[in-house]
Write a protein that binds this ligand. Structure first.
Ligand SMILES: [Zn+2]
Length: 226
C-alpha cells in the first residue's frame, strides 16, 4: 500500500457509487484551461476520478496523472533544467500520491511506472505502453494523429524531422501543426517528442526551450546522438 493523503471526498467503493461520483466533477472539468498540465490533469474525466502520483527517476521527479482508463499526464515536475542532474542509479518508483489509491487508478499508473523503469534501463523491447485515456486525444484532430503516429513509427533510438513526422501523419505540409502538437504533448517520453529534431541540425527546443538539457540527455540515452 502506498502512502498518500486521504481523499477529501469519498472515492468510489462500489459500482453504484462510481457513477454518482463521476457525474459531479465531470461537470466542473473543462478542457479549455490554459496550460497543458491544467488541461490534462483535472480532478476527473468522464471515465472517473483522476489521481496524481510523483515518481522518482534518473531525470528527476516525474508527475503522472491517471484516471481509471489511462494516463492523462506525464512530465518532470521541474519546469526548467536549471538544476538538471541526471543520475541513472535512481530507481523508478512511486514516492507519493495525492489520494489513497482506490483500485481504479492503479493499473495505468503501475504500467506507466513499469514503462519508465524499462525505458531508463534501455530495455525498450520489454516495454508495454500504458493506456493513454481517450479523453486526452481530441479524436479526429491532426494533433491526435500526430500523437498516435509518433510512438508507433519512431521507436527508441530513432529520430524524425518535423517534415517527416508531418508526412507520416498524413500531411507533409503540416510542419507547423506538428510543432504545435509537440508543444502541447501531455505525455512526455511515451509520446516521444524528444525524437523530433529540426531539419537544420541540432536538437532543437524541448518544453519551450526550458528543458533542452533533458532532450539532449534523452537522445544520448537512446543512442540517437553521442
Ligand atoms: Zn481519463
Amino acid at each position: 500500500m502506498l502512502r498518500g493523503t486521504k481523499a477529501p471526498v469519498c472515492l468510489p467503493t462500489s459500482s453504484s457509487s462510481i457513477f454518482r461520483f463521476w457525474r459531479i466533477p465531470a461537470v466542473r472539468y473543462k478542457m479549455s484551461v490554459k496550460s497543458k498540465r491544467q488541461r490534462c490533469v483535472g480532478s476527473s474525466c468522464h471515465h472517473g476520478p483522476t489521481n496524481t502520483y510523483h515518481v522518482s527517476s534518473p531525470v528527476g521527479t516525474m508527475e503522472l496523472v491517471s484516471c481509471p482508463r489511462g494516463l492523462h499526464y506525464m512530465s518532470q515536475t521541474d519546469e526548467t533544467d536549471e538544476y538538471f542532474t541526471p543520475d541513472k542509479s535512481i530507481e523508478v518508483m512511486v514516492t507519493s500520491q495525492k489520494y489513497q489509491d482506490n483500485g481504479y487508478t492503479y493499473k495505468p499508473l503501475l504500467l506507466g511506472v513499469d514503462w519508465l523503469r524499462h525505458y531508463f534501463k534501455g530495455q525498450h523491447k520489454c516495454q508495454v505502453s500504458p493506456t493513454i485515456c481517450a479523453s486526452v486525444f481530441k479524436e479526429g484532430s491532426f494533433t491526435a494523429k500526430v500523437w498516435k503516429t509518433l510512438p508507433e513509427k519512431v521507436k527508441f533510438g530513432h529520430s524524425v524531422s518535423y517534415t517527416q513526422l508531418a508526412d507520416l501523419s498524413g500531411n507533409i505540409k503540416a510542419c507547423r501543426a506538428v510543432g504545435a502538437a509537440m508543444k502541447a504533448n501531455p505525455i512526455q517520453l511515451i509520446i516521444p517528442c524528444h525524437r523530433v529534431l529540426p531539419e537544420g541540425g541540432g536538437v532543437g527546443n524541448y518544453s519551450g526551450g526550458n528543458k533542452n538539457k533533458m532532450k539532449l540527455w534523452l537522445l544520448k540515452h537512446e543512442g540517437v546522438i553521442k
